[in-house]
Structure formats: structure tokens, C-alpha cells
Design a protein around this ligand. Structure first.
Ligand code: NDP
Ligand code: GDR
Length: 354
């Protein structure tokens, strides 16, 4: 009889944590998640798996630890003895990383050292397979289009720099100690559980709330930025596939298609049947709608980044050829699913203020 696999996921309360836990449980894994101590409940994305220590799916367990606290990570690894570790925990907001560079570097960069070093000191290096949540932000404003595993990195934010450090650390444990450690260079992936301050969810929530008369306007930053947006559900499957390979490696997961923030917003508002007009058409110089006097979409430089990544689009050929991974959800399907979910929440009156 083959031994049942045990997985440990950091960042279990985040968007990807919930999707990955669902996937691994469906494959028969015993799943352990790391959450940090918070004063209020923050397990909304996994309430179907966990409502408390006595009301949870049998194969799903939570542990307290923090990426800034090496001892706590050591303890969880020692207790859980995982076969696979998925390091998803991060201060993952690029704009906020400019305000909190030291904290971002600590969690995203040194956190990976703490985790890998704990695995090494526990003598688990040969037994554990390790996934590091790397990112397309590593590419910055490169000239090469589309970006692949061989495209040079030019990180442009404290977030991207911390993730670069983590990328190199992961590769170093692979090369120095023979760890089965892989980096998933993932392009933006979204879904109804996306954090509310990322642009996709901010737009779909606003489209729903404005349509239900619960919000007056949507305020955005750089609407000309383009991204390669996929669905998180598809991407966690790619993470799992990386750890099933005989050899570790680094893989880009992307759709190969790019859209601007403006296009995302236009599609979302079209889907809810609420027409929008941008500055330069129906809006006056202050961004106010000439007819109603209300601004539906306003641009506020507050949301600009000190250094922006203008355009990203990935080439997922290696993942397709070696992992058999392909994205399944189209851009339109992604936006539709997010809009539909937020319309339901708005209809129930449960969309909280942003
Ligand atoms: P989220 O921001 O939704 O989730 C981040 C998770 O990390 C949360 O569970 C959060 O806990 C946890 N966390 C933050 N700080 C700490 C800490 N100090 N100790 C322990 N846990 C902590 O991110 P996503 O799910 O979207 O992304 C998952 C990973 O993939 C991240 O590392 C992100 O940087 C990376 N990534 C994401 C992409 C995307 O498009 N989604 C693309 C490429 C990479 P809490 O709930 O308590 O805040
Ligand atoms: P990103 O995602 O920075 O790509 O990082 P985000 O949704 O924050 O921004 C995407 C683009 O939209 C522009 N933008 C705005 N962004 C936000 N958040 N809010 C706004 O109001 C707004 N208006 C315009 C941004 O300038 C940017 O160009 C995400 C995160 O999940 C990272 O953790 C991950 O590594 C990368 O994706 C891949």
C-alpha cells in the first residue's frame, strides 16, 4: 500500500491557499495549513474546510506559525513531517511593498530562508519537495515579449526584489543541497476569492456595488498597465504538477494573452449592464460624469506605483511540454465568474466598504 501524502501549505488563508487545499484534498492528501495569529477570524476562504478545531474536514489541519518566526516554522515542520511544502505565504501587494519594504523583505525573502533552513536542519532535505511562489513581477519592464524561464529578471519593487531573493534562495538549496525545490514563476491569477485590493477584484466588486447602488464610484490608478490574467484554480494545478516531476525546476505559468486594466474594467461593467465612460469621453476634466455629476470611474495618482511594471505576458510552453499544464479558463470566463460572485454578494448586501 502506498503511503498517503502529507502536504504543508503556508499562506493557507490566502487566495491560492484555499484553491490548493481543495485540489490536494481531492487527490487524497492530508493537508496542513499554516496561518498566523490574527485578532479576528481570517479563514473565510476555507470555511468549507475549517470552522474550528472540532468542526473541520478530517484530513485538514491548521497550525499557527509566522514567516518572520523561524522557530514556529521549525516546530510545524517537525510536527507535520510533510512530503510536500508549498510556500505561498507573502506580503503579496506590490504597491504596499513600497510603503513596507523592510517587512516585505522579511516575510517574502528571509521567510524562505527560515523555511528551507528548518527543513535542512531537521534532516528532511531528501524527503521534502518544496514549491516557492515566484512571480512574473521578477521580469519588471523587460524588452523580451513574451517572458519565459530564460528571460532576464529586472525587479522593480521591494516586493519583486524580495521574491527575487526567494527565487535565488530556492535555486541555491536545490544546487547546494540537492533539494527537490522548484520555483513557479506565476503570472497574475485571480478568481472570486481574490483579495479585495488587487485590481481585478476591486473592479468586479465595484461593478457589482455600483450596479446595486451601494457604491458611488470606482477609483483606479494606471489603467493602461497590461497583465496576463488567468484563473487561480488552474494555476494551483500547475504548482502540484511541478512537485510531481522527477527533477525540480523553474516554470512559467501564464495564459500567453494580455489585457489592460481598462479592458478588464470595460468588460466587467459591460457584464453587469452598467455603462461606463472614461475621462476624455463622458467625463469632464475632473473625471466627473457630465450628466449625473457623479464620477463612475476616476483616476487617482495615489494608486500609481513609484516604479510601475507596464506590461507582462508569459510564455507557458515549458510547463505545457514538461508538466502537461494548460490554462483552462479564458479571460472572459474569469471576469464573468468574478462578476457573478460579486453580484451575488452585493445582492445579499454583504459587500463591505473598501
Ligand atoms: P494572498 O495575499 O491572497 O495570500 C497571502 C497569504 O500569506 C495569506 O494567507 C497571508 O495570511 C499569508 N501571510 C502573509 N504574511 C504572513 C506571515 N508573516 N506569516 C505567515 N503567513 C503570512 O496571496 P495569493 O494567494 O494571491 O498568492 C499566493 C502566493 O503567490 C504569494 O506568495 C504571492 O506573492 C504569490 N503570487 C501570486 C500571484 C497572484 O496573481 N495571485 C502571482 C504570482 C505569485 P493573512 O490571511 O493572515 O494575511
Ligand atoms: P500586480 O497586481 O501588481 O500585478 O501583482 P494588481 O492587481 O495589484 O495590479 C495590476 C495592475 O493594475 C494597476 N492598477 C491598480 N492596481 C491596484 N492594486 N489598485 C488599483 O486601483 C489599480 N489601478 C491600476 C497596477 O498599477 C498594476 O499595473 C499581483 C500580485 O498578486 C502579486 O503578488 C503577484 O506576484 C503578481 O500579481 C503577479
Amino acid at each position: 500500500m502506498t503511503k498517503r501524502k502529507v502536504a504543508l501549505i503556508t499562506g493557507i488563508t490566502g487566495q491560492d491557499g484555499g484553491y490548493l487545499a481543495d485540489l490536494l484534498l481531492s487527490k487524497g492528501y492530508e493537508v496542513h495549513g499554516v496561518r498566523r495569529r490574527t485578532s479576528s477570524f481570517n479563514t473565510q476562504r476555507i470555511t468549507h474546510l475549517y470552522r474550528g478545531p472540532h468542526d473541520r474536514v478530517a484530513d485538514f489541519h491548521l497550525h499557527y506559525a509566522d514567516m518572520t518566526d523561524g522557530m514556529s516554522l521549525f516546530q510545524v515542520l517537525r510536527d507535520v513531517k510533510p512530503d510536500e511544502v508549498y510556500n505561498l505565504a507573502a506580503q503579496s501587494h506590490v504597491r504596499i511593498s513600497f510603503d513596507k519594504p523592510e517587512y516585505t523583505s522579511d516575510v517574502n525573502g528571509l521567510g524562505v530562508v527560515r523555511l528551507l533552513e528548518a527543513i535542512r536542519l531537521l534532516g528532511m532535505g531528501n524527503d521534502v519537495r518544496f514549491y516557492q511562489a515566484s512571480t512574473s513581477e521578477l521580469f519588471g519592464n523587460v524588452q523580451e515579449v513574451p517572458q519565459s524561464e530564460t528571460t532576464p529578471f529586472r525587479p522593480r519593487s521591494p516586493y519583486a526584489i524580495s521574491k527575487h531573493f526567494a527565487f535565488l534562495t530556492t535555486a541555491n538549496y536545490r544546487e547546494a543541497y540537492g533539494f527537490h525545490a522548484s520555483n513557479g514563476i506565476l503570472f497574475n491569477h485571480e478568481g472570486p476569492f481574490r483579495g479585495e485590493s488587487f485590481v481585478s477584484r476591486k473592479i468586479t466588486r465595484a461593478a457589482a456595488a455600483i450596479t446595486h447602488g451601494q457604491q458611488e464610484k470606482l477609483v483606479l490608478g494606471n489603467i493602461n498597465a497590461t497583465r496576463d490574467w488567468g484563473h487561480a484554480r488552474d494555476y494551483v494545478d500547475g504548482m502540484w504538477r511541478m512537485l510531481q516531476q522527477e527533477e525540480p525546476g523553474d516554470y512559467v505559468l501564464a495564459t500567453g494573452e494580455q489585457h489592460s486594466v481598462r479592458e478588464f474594467a470595460e468588460l466587467a461593467f459591460e457584464m453587469v449592464g452598467t455603462p461606463i465612460e472614461w475621462a476624455g469621453s463622458g467625463l469632464d476634466e475632473k473625471g466627473l460624469d457630465k450628466k449625473s455629476g457623479k464620477a463612475l470611474i476616476e483616476i487617482d495618482p495615489r494608486f500609481y506605483r513609484p516604479a510601475e511594471v507596464n506590461s507582462l505576458v508569459g510564455n507557458p510552453a515549458k510547463a505545457r511540454d514538461e508538466l502537461g499544464w494548460v490554462h483552462r479558463t479564458t479571460f472572459d470566463q474569469l471576469v464573468a465568474e468574478m462578476v457573478e460572485a460579486d453580484m451575488k454578494i452585493a445582492a445579499s448586501g454583504a459587500l463591505s466598504a473598501g
